[in-house]
Design a protein around this ligand. Structure first.
Ligand code: 3EB
Length: 337
């Protein structure tokens, strides 16, 4: 594999964590256009164009956790649109889109359809290189109408969509799959134009999620541990998993340590080289970090550990939500550039 050239000037959209916006438009930085906006707030708001910006509200914040608005900014002109329940915007290099699946007894077919609609949109608009997806799943470890865990039900639908669209969309990208405080599933995606080079990374300490054995569900989760695009490394939600198994059940301190060790190994020079990417990152390079903590009582300990390991100026937000395995206490994602 040859190393991907470092591009002179990145066209990657810029992630910004802003104060939670109300119904009014979030004010973008001067001269910048908003590709997409996700309100990590106290209720879910269906995807829609608000002030010409694709926006969605997800019920992720709570007392003691951090409400915020995530903005994806670009300095290129943006074209927004709506298509079969999806909202999106594109700037010629990247496309953001958001969709929501309403609460239902069994999710898999609706999830398959929502993913397929998103994939059809990406392909039609000329952005078939999917590079990041977020899946915020209500009652993630609860049972559906058939007694199957909602997360496993969700994974079946997502896997079917990837199977059906494999030749157009290619390999699975970095992802977050995490609990939401309200019902239903909010999903949003970033994709890049056709022809752009992407690299999807695995973690030397972890079994690829798409190869998890059947005991974790009938269809393995469709995601990579990280995706590199345009000088930016998008790090998936990462937890205290070694191989395919959860380690340190019930021990928040050690789960934090394993999670950070996993991220460190994933983003380091050696692992990037293994995937044909030049350079390397450290935990201090991680920014726009989201830390998902299952038990509110663990928030102070996790905040303290993050303050030690992450950069002083890193943007970090803490959310008190369920994680996709009942024995996982914490999950952490971020972006390096
Ligand atoms: C794991 O490593 C923890 O299903 O999209 C992390 C990131 C996890 C993404 C997903 C799930 C997902 O298996 C869970």
């Amino acid at each position: 594999m040859t190393a991907v050239d470092t591009e002179v000037r990145s066209s990657a959209p810029q992630c910004v964590f802003a104060p939670l916006s109300g119904e009014e438009d979030a004010a973008p930085a001067a001269g910048r256009q908003v590709l997409g906006r996700v309100d990590y707030g106290f209720r879910s708001v269906p995807p829609g164009l608000r002030g010409g910006v694709p926006a969605m509200g997800v019920h992720m914040a709570s007392e003691g956790a951090d409400p915020f608005t995530e903005l994806w900014l670009t300095d290129r002109p943006v074209r927004p649109g709506e298509d079969r329940g999806l909202v999106y915007a594109e700037d010629g290099e990247h496309l953001f889109c958001a969709v929501r699946v309403a609460e239902r007894g069994v999710y898999r077919e609706a999830v398959r359809r929502a993913y397929a609609a998103a994939f059809a949109l990406l392909v039609r608009r000329g952005y078939p290189r999917l590079l990041r997806m977020w899946n915020l799943v209500g009652a993630i470890t609860g049972g559906n109408a058939e007694g199957m865990e909602n997360y496993r039900d969700f994974c079946i639908g997502r896997a079917r969509a990837f199977d059906e669209w494999r030749e157009h969309i290619g390999r699975v990208p970095a992802a977050t799959g995490i609990g939401a405080r309200g019902p239903g599933i909010g999903m949003y995606f970033l994709a890049r134009r056709a022809g752009a080079p992407l690299r999807h990374l695995e973690n030397p300490y972890q079994t690829p999620a798409y190869r998890y054995p059947r005991r974790y569900g009938p269809k393995a989760p469709s995601f990579a541990r990280a995706t590199w695009s345009d000088g930016t490394l998008y790090v998936s939600g990462t937890a205290s998993i070694v191989g395919d198994g959860t380690v340190h059940r019930g021990d928040i301190e050690r789960q934090c340590d394993v999670t950070f060790a996993n991220i460190g190994a994933l983003i380091g020079e050696e692992n990037l080289a293994r995937h044909g990417v030049a350079g390397g990152f450290r935990l201090g390079d991680l920014d726009h970090v989201k830390v998902y903590v299952r038990d509110a009582a663990h928030l102070p300990a996790v905040r303290a550990r993050c303050a030690e390991l992450l950069h002083d100026r890193a943007e970090v937000r803490f959310l008190n939500v369920d994680v996709c395995r009942p024995d996982l206490l914490v999950e952490i994602e971020g972006i390096c550039r």
